[in-house]
Design a protein around this ligand. Structure first.
Ligand code: V47
Ligand code: SF4
Length: 397
């Protein structure tokens, strides 16, 4: 059913409470919802109601278009000077038993594995270690660009930037300018967790604060550059902490317009110091995507990271405000498989991603990191060799 018709039917329902109706009216008239509205949606709105509102906004902005890219990750190390309680991936620096530490050459070798392959982005993120400093990362970004100038380098988070700039005794503005000059193209959304200090101090103490995270993105945006934002949800936070987090992002986006995509990250509880906290349900994941779409009226895109939430939930999310499902990945990230995600070796071919999107009636578009269209896959016919092959079984005598 057409999403506008669904919204009109919802508004015609006499049983709809006055407070939820007021929010639905705001969505219909393109009026920003308030902090209190956000909390109300989390506390009182059911999935059906939220889906209608979020899908209305999604289809108004993007129609059926659903974006993905061809990317791979480099995770320089899983050792870390920090000790975030939710992190299944880091091994504390003092317990250097089960970790990896890539050299510059190791990382360039990973980049070279993709020579002659049509990837457009390398996403670099991992633990924080002293040897990875301003000089190291500047050289790495330069070396990647020298080898492959067209590859978009989306790298590190304010967690690393705060750490390396502090060590180098430079301020954020100077540091981000140096990174831009070295070839950094954009900043991924990680390290945001939950900004509010009541939660952050319990799950991610010592690393950059929520305010510092926002300041670093602001300095980056001032240079005319783009970045993403995430929110780690479904652990010890309360609903209003999620709204507070999104409110801070919405305020900064009003100021700079530099964010492209918001990526809610579901807390996964395997093998970390918060394993006693149960994971939230798929219904809660979908409600959270929908409220993100409704609340962040100045963000163009909402992304479901399929490697973390599974392919089926990624498909469902496309009816709950999501218009982007990240990329091919090629089994190059361990952050989520180590935290218990269904995908133990996350990788999808372009055809698999296209089919995943088409199978739920959406329109697949391959984009680059900045959302320039690379290929519109709506009517695209894959060449023979990309189609599944059926072999004739040998006849047994
Ligand atoms: O900041 C760590 C999260 C983030 C767990 O910008 C966990 O396109 C759930 O930010 N359960 C890093 N989440 C990954 C990230 C990201 C991923 C995909 C795309 C983009 C983008 C950014 O992973 C960390 C942290 O919030 N994380 N451990 C866990 N147990
Ligand atoms: Fe280190 Fe990042 Fe893990 Fe925190 S989430 S311990 S900063 S790797």
């Amino acid at each position: 059913m057409n999403s506008e018709l669904s919204l009109n039917i919802l508004l015609a329902d006499k049983n709809l409470s006055a407070e939820l109706r007021a929010v639905a009216e705001k969505v219909k008239s393109d009026t920003r919802i308030s902090f209190e509205d956000g909390v109300l949606l989390f506390e009182k709105a059911d999935l059906g109601f939220l889906g209608i509102l979020a899908n209305y906004i999604r289809e108004k902005r993007h129609g059926a278009k659903t974006y993905f890219n061809r990317n791979f990750h480099i995770e320089p190390t899983n050792l870390c000077v920090y000790d975030c309680k939710f992190c299944s991936y880091s091994v504390l620096i003092k317990e250097r038993s089960d970790g990896w530490e890539f050299t510059m050459q190791d990382m360039l070798d990973i980049v070279k594995r993709y020579d002659n392959q049509p990837v457009t982005e390398v996403h670099i993120v991992g633990g924080v270690l002293p040897q990875y400093d301003v000089t190291f990362y500047s050289e790495l970004f330069r070396a990647i660009h020298n080898h492959r100038p067209d590859l978009h380098v989306k790298a590190l988070t304010p967690v690393e930037y705060h750490y390396i700039f502090k060590k180098a005794k430079i301020d954020y503005a100077t540091g981000m300018k140096l990174m831009k000059e070295a070839g950094l193209d954009s900043i991924p959304g990680g390290g945001a967790e939950i900004f509010h200090p009541d939660v952050r101090s319990r799950i991610a103490k010592d690393k950059c604060t929520g305010e510092q995270w926002l300041q670093i993105h602001e300095e980056w945006h001032k240079l005319g550059m783009r970045s993403n934002a995430t929110m780690l949800y479904g652990h010890i936070e309360e609903y209003w902490h999620r709204v507070d987090h999104m409110e801070k992002l919405r305020e900064l986006q009003d100021k700079t317009g530099g964010f492209q995509t918001f990526i809610p990250l579901k807390f996964r509880n395997q093998d970390n110091q918060m394993s006693d906290i149960p994971e939230v349900s798929v219904i809660e994941d979908l409600r959270n995507y929908a409220i993100s779409r409704i609340y962040l009226d100045n963000f163009d895109h909402i992304k479901a990271y399929w490697a973390m939430i599974s392919r089926n939930t990624a498909q469902l999310s496309l009816n709950f405000g999501v218009d982007d499902i990240d990329g091919t990945l090629d089994d190059t990230t361990k952050i989520y498989s180590m935290a218990g995600a269904e995908e133990q070796h996350p990788a999808m071919t372009t055809k698999e991603l296209v089919d995943l999107i088409k199978n739920v009636g959406r329109h697949p578009i391959e984009r680059d990191t900045l959302y320039n269209v690379i290929t519109d896959f709506d009517d695209y016919q894959f060449p023979e060799e990309d189609k599944p092959k059926f072999y004739k079984l040998p006849v047994l005598n």
